[in-house]
Design a protein around this ligand. Structure first.
Ligand code: S3P
Length: 430
């Protein structure tokens, strides 16, 4: 596909958007539905490419899944209902699919082979395979198990206590999913709290999980029961419109049904710290995940510092926060975020390179970046998502405040998490 011409120099954005379902929760709803007994129904599922990869993998493992847009039905037969796939399981671009699936497959008495796309082939896997091997799984892969293709022979597992060397919900979740199948108890101790959707979903499916400070424990041999999952909107998708509303002149945008799980709301803390004109109306949660509506208006912003335990609460929003910082008065420093290097792309490099092309004053550091805001208007240029959905959406929002024409290469990557992104964005132009 050739470069897409983006809409630039917008003078206002107005309207209401119901952002699509949360990606992390949609993956987990399909996975838990597949290992629970009975028929799970999922409402507001995200039909993005990543979550469709999860459905495709579980279908290959013998689970009957019916998907019609954002409505999904999963016919689970318990963990024992999963069957060896005759072909390779392809996770596409999805880190959550491959890492959580490894946790599930570690306890299954059969052989599986996992692959993904070029980006997945560069992402570190020993952070997951090491604890799973300690529990008893046999996992091999390219470069000593660091990269795909990976091969897993699962079987009987023993519970472990494991200190996570990196703040990662994917690693935590893989260990907990293996722990549900292990003998005895499994405890994961986190350095910093990461998103807790897996823990909440174990409870929603009738299982037990206990938390004590930064330690999370599950007992093995639990049976999960099918349920209804109503997926809240994805705050990581809402983030693009929160920033668009704050930086484009004469704008008011309302985002409906946004997930407000406190392990994910770091972006809201940053917007407030920078002075955003924003109101949040939280409502009672019915499905174990808090949600609400957010309205944001054009704001007068100042730079800030992002570091420490705030980082895991906004790790996926750093690309769009970097753009926000270019439109603020003064300096913004992002540190303690070396994990950005092992996302869908090296997001320190891709954010800094592409925003620099548009004329931003931004420099990469070892564990983040430094942005000097309002140092001249952003200008038109040809930029690329490098196949990374969040880089693509950040650049589409950047274009709104650029003078001159902006072209985006590899815009199709946006379908990984937000297939209707441009339709929703353009609805704000009317
Ligand atoms: C996710 C966890 C995070 C996040 C990713 C989704 C999840 O990754 O960046 O987009 O669903 O558990 P890490 O666990 O690698 O930090």
């Amino acid at each position: 596909m050739g470069a897409k011409k983006l809409i630039s120099t917008k003078s206002s954005l107005n309207g209401t958007i119901k952002v699509p379902g949360d990606k992390s929760i949609s993956h987990r709803a399909v996975m838990f539905g597949s290992i629970a007994s009975g028929v799970t129904t999922i409402e507001n599922f995200l039909p993005g490419e990543d979550c469709l990869s999860t459905i495709a993998c579980f279908r290959k493992l013998g689970v009957k899944i019916h998907q019609d847009g954002s409505n999904v039905t999963v016919e689970g037969n318990g963990l024992g209902g999963l069957q060896e796939s005759e072909t390779i399981l392809d996770v596409g671009n999805s880190g959550t699919t491959i890492r959580l699936l490894m946790g599930i497959l570690s306890g299954r008495p059969f052989h599986s082979v996992l692959i993904g796309d070029e980006s997945i082939g560069k992402r570190p896997m020993t952070r997951v395979t090491r604890p799973l091997a300690q529990m008893g799984a046999k996992i091999t892969g390219r470069r000593d198990g660091e990269y795909t293709p990976l091969s897993i022979s699962g079987g009987s597992l023993k519970g472990i206590e494991y200190k996570l060397p990196v703040a990662s919900a994917q690693v935590k979740s893989a260990i907990l999913l293996a722990g549900l199948q292990a003998n005895g108890e499994t405890t994961v101790i986190e350095l910093e709290k990461t998103r807790d959707h897996t823990e909440r979903m174990i409870r929603l499916f009738g299982g037990e999980v206990s938390s004590n400070g930064n330690a999370v424990s599950v007992k093995g041999g639990q049976h999960l029961t099918a349920t209804h999952v109503n997926v809240p909107g994805d705050i990581s998708s809402a983030a693009f419109f929160l920033v668009a509303g704050a930086i484009v002149l004469n704008s008011t945008i309302t985002l409906m049904n946004v997930g407000l799980n406190p392990t994910r709301t770091g972006i809201l803390d940053v917007l407030i710290a920078m002075g955003a004109d924003m109101t949040i109306e939280e409502y009672e949660s019915t499905t174990g995940e808090p949600a609400g509506n957010i309205t944001i208006k054009t704001s007068s912003l100042t730079g800030t510092v992002l570091s420490g335990d705030l980082i895991p609460r906004l790790i996926d929003e750093i690309p769009i926060i970097a753009l926000l910082a270019t439109q603020a008065e003064g300096k913004t420093v992002i540190k303690d975020a070396a994990e950005l290097k092992v996302k869908e792309t090296n997001r320190i490099d891709t954010v800094v390179n592409e925003l620099k092309k548009l004329g931003a004053n931004i420099v990469a550091t070892e564990d983040g970046m430094i942005i000097h805001g309002k140092s001249g208007k952003l200008k038109g240029e040809t930029v690329s998502s490098y196949g990374d959905h969040r880089i693509g959406m950040m650049l589409a929002v950047a274009a709104l405040v650029c003078t001159g024409e902006v072209y985006l290469e590899q815009s199709e990557a946006i379908a990984v998490s937000y297939p209707e992104f441009f339709t929703d964005l353009h609805s704000l132009f009317l």
